[in-house]
Design a protein around this ligand. Structure first.
Ligand code: RFL
Ligand code: PHB
Length: 389
């Protein structure tokens, strides 16, 4: 087979890139290791920055998002029984969209199917070949059969555990990593959200987050021990812990119910440099991971897709290689800012095992400064709604 851009990974990054390229008549093939149902069963992000919203519009897949999603103009930040609102629109003129990653992915799959997109599922043993030449190709197997795609470019959109990043030789690849000594236990439940906006809560027992998908679907998280297993947490234990970590008046309003999904995610900051090797370009979790505090993972994946999409357009439409050559530098400049924000917000909101009373006081002082200082609020709001591309 032959295509212009071979895309490895059918998560949000790969699908969005493929649909955007399609709108410009640029051909691609997406290779996905799992089935579509498996990809759609992963419960992940829930907050979309304005940049991702605009890309969804450009890709022609924004209709349901605008109909069913919820624009949020602020978020609540709590510590102990104190709580204040961080205003987005007042400080930045922008809001965020509450719309699940599952729905984003579903909309993209549907549109790819409608517009004749080529997606191969259940692919195995993907190998990237000759990425340093002008004629790269990808080999893989489906149901035991060997296949090959010749292409102009390869987009590595295959997440943190994919093959793309590891294709960059070790003497070229620099990996920066910080692993946090805790995880997030997440619960999805068919209950009305406790508050109409998200609540990020810091307490001496650890962090908690009250989020949502719609009027009758809530998503909650509590910081948990890195060694905890999902089986160790009954629904009752989860709700009891959540209530202890959010302000008492919110806890009193919390409607609980059976969990319909429960999972634990480790927290990590990770960046690989460079994000490009010859004609291979990394996008999204393949190149970087942020801790979920601040909701930057999917959104940073989208900003990579934006830079790569525009670079490929310039190549095919204007015969320019400037965007292609500058991809890694441009993408990384924004990635590091999202890493900083996520690291800062995570550090302020979580309880670190062994933290001393001084460190605890510093967190409270930082929260109180944020609560009382307009410049600090503006800086945080600008980061939360998403820095410009
Ligand atoms: P994905 O979603 O991991 O998709 C990669 C795809 O590649 C496939 N794959 C392969 N295909 C072919 N060959 C191979 N060798 C392959 N290896 C892997 C995989 O099956 C998969 O389908 O990466 P992508 O597209 O870059 O998207 C990134 C986002 O999924 C991720 O950043 C976010 O989910 C992170 N995240 C959040 N981000 C936000 O912006 N806002 C949030 O509110 C938010 N909340 C979260 C999150 C992530 C979480 N977890 C579980 C990690 C909350 C959680 C709990
Ligand atoms: C979510 O709704 O899953 C969510 C929201 C905000 C975050 C992380 C996750 O910072």
């Amino acid at each position: 087979m032959k295509t212009q851009v071979a895309i490895i990974g059918g998560g949000p990054s790969g699908l969005l890139l493929s649909q955007l390229l399609h709108t410009r008549g640029i051909d691609s093939i997406v290779l996905e290791r799992k089935t579509k149902d498996y990809v759609l069963s992963r419960i992940r992000a829930g907050v979309l920055e304005r940049g991702l919203v605009a890309l969804m519009e450009e890709a022609g897949v924004a209709e349901r998002m605008h109909r069913e999603g919820y624009p949020h103009h602020g978020t609540m930040i709590a510590y102990g029984d104190e709580m204040f609102r961080l205003e987005f629109t007042k400080h930045t003129n922008h809001s965020v969209m509450i719309y699940g990653q599952t729905e984003v992915t579903r909309d993209l799959y549907e549109m790819r199917e409608k517009t004749g997109g080529k997606i191969e599922y259940n692919v195995e043993d993907v190998v990237i070949n000759d990425a340093k030449t002008d004629a790269p190709y990808v080999t893989y197997r489906v149901a035991g059969e060997e296949r090959r795609i010749d292409c102009d470019f390869i987009a590595g959109c295959d997440g943190f555990h994919g093959v793309s990043r590891k294709t960059i030789p070790e003497d070229v690849r620099i990996e920066h990593e910080k692993v946090y000594p805790f995880g997030w236990l997440g619960v999805l439940s068919e209950t009305p959200p406790v508050n109409e906006e998200l609540i990020y809560a810091s307490s001496e027992r650890g962090f908690a987050l009250c989020s949502m998908r719609n009027e009758n679907l809530s998503r909650y998280y509590v910081q948990c021990d890195i060694n905890d297993r999902v089986e160790d947490w009954s629904d009752d234990a989860f709700w009891a812990e959540l209530k202890r970590r959010i302000p008492a008046d919110q806890a009193a309003n919390l409607v609980t119910g059976p969990s319909i999904e429960k999972s634990i995610a480790p927290l990590r900051s990770f960046v690989v440099e460079p994000m490009q090797w010859g004609r291979l370009f990394l996008c999204g979790d393949a190149a970087h991971i942020v801790p979920p505090t601040g909701a930057k993972g999917l959104n940073t994946a989208a900003s990579d897709v934006n830079y790569l999409y525009n670079a490929l357009r310039d190549f095919y439409e204007k015969d320019s290689i400037e965007g292609i050559d500058g991809y890694s530098q441009k993408a990384l400049a924004r990635v590091w800012k999202a890493e900083r924000f996520s690291w800062w917000f995570s550090s302020m909101m979580h309880h670190f095992p062994g933290q001393n009373p001084f460190e605890q006081k510093m967190k409270i002082a930082e929260l109180e400064f944020l609560r009382s200082n307009t410049a600090a609020q503006q800086a945080m709001a600008e980061n939360y709604v998403g820095l410009p591309y």
